[in-house]
Design a protein around this ligand. Structure first.
Ligand code: CA
Length: 315
């Protein structure tokens, strides 16, 4: 079976790092590159963290592309103070990992995504796990090329539950609601993995305690995850949601989602993801929204695959 070609677009914080680790652990995925955006951290930190993570996992062959610095309706990036508590000041749980010898590529995130969309029609999987600014910029430039992308999966939004950035809005869409609206109002078919699914994947540091015994990378990845899973709800027994890893997993294996709701939604200024009356009667449903997940299979598979990745890191 040929490998599926994937690009992941990240604001490399903690769950982004865990999503990248999953993709690298999957032998059936060819990761063409990683594009970066502002979000959990400024875009330059996102580039830095992504490169450092790839270096730590012995995958300096994967190229990194720099993307948006701020949202469409912002003059500049402003970091919400609470993010220090969720992702750490450095975005990866304040764990100090070595800088990569590599730098970001010269071409932009948007150009890289569009180049790959044109080069691999009906093959490419795009996974967006940060604010939707890069994606919206891609659509603005060449929506036609994106219509040939095989699978577009977004981590974002909240349909039947409250938001995590404000009462309505999930963080990724609320970081740039104008870009989010542009994405959801486009002609593209999109799989959406919102809080409705991700908040069912509560993950505890205790699941991966033995990573500390594998090697330095395992120890670091455990410490990165632990910050989040202790920090998000300040209770190790509650754990933390695997937002970005679930989106990456669902792009590869959509059967992990046990309820895909087909609909049309948009993004309001508040960051709320919701359908409009006009959309209700449209014959074509462009959005598949994940409302439930086989959380046990997801968690067990995730832990097992990333454990194997860590064990084989030096080969
Ligand atoms: Ca993210």
């Amino acid at each position: 079976m040929p490998k599926i070609k994937m690009i992941i677009d990240c604001d490399t914080g903690i769950d982004d790092a865990l999503a990248i680790s999953y993709i690298l652990s999957n032998p059936n995925i060819e990761l063409l590159g990683i594009t970066t955006t502002f979000g959990n951290i400024p875009v330059d930190t996102s580039v830095r963290n992504t490169l450092a993570l790839l270096n730590m996992l012995n995958r300096n062959d994967i190229k990194v592309y720099r993307g948006a610095e701020h949202g469409w309706n912002q003059e500049e990036y402003e970091r919400e103070p609470f993010l220090d508590r969720v992702h750490g000041v450095n975005g990866i749980g304040d764990v100090e990992i070595e800088d990569s010898p590599n730098k970001a590529e010269d071409i932009s995130a948007v150009d890289f995504i569009l180049d790959c969309a044109r080069k691999y029609p009906d093959e490419l999987h795009l996974v967006f796990v940060g604010p939707l600014t890069n994606f919206a910029n891609c659509i603005k430039q060449d929506e036609q090329a994106l219509s040939k992308v095989k699978d577009i999966t977004i981590m974002g939004g909240a349909l039947t539950v409250t938001g995590n950035r404000n009462i309505y809005g999930e963080a990724n869409v609320t970081d740039d609601p104008a870009a989010g609206k542009y994405v959801f109002d486009s002609s593209l078919h999109i799989n959406v993995v919102p809080l409705d699914a991700t908040m069912r994947t509560m993950f505890k540091a205790s699941y991966i305690e033995d990573w500390t015994q594998i090697n330095e990378a395992g120890k670091n990845l455990y410490e990165i995850a632990k910050f989040y899973y202790l920090g998000e709800f300040s209770n190790p027994e509650t754990g933390g949601a695997m937002h970005d890893p679930l989106a990456a997993f669902a792009s590869y294996d959509p059967t992990i989602i046990t309820n895909w709701y087909e609909c049309n939604v948009t993004i309001e200024e508040t960051g709320r993801m919701i359908g409009t009356f006009d959309q209700l009667n449209l014959p074509e449903k462009r959005h598949k929204v994940a409302l439930n997940v086989d959380a046990k299979r997801f968690t067990d598979t995730y832990v097992s695959m990333v454990s194997d990745l860590l064990k084989n890191i030096d080969e």
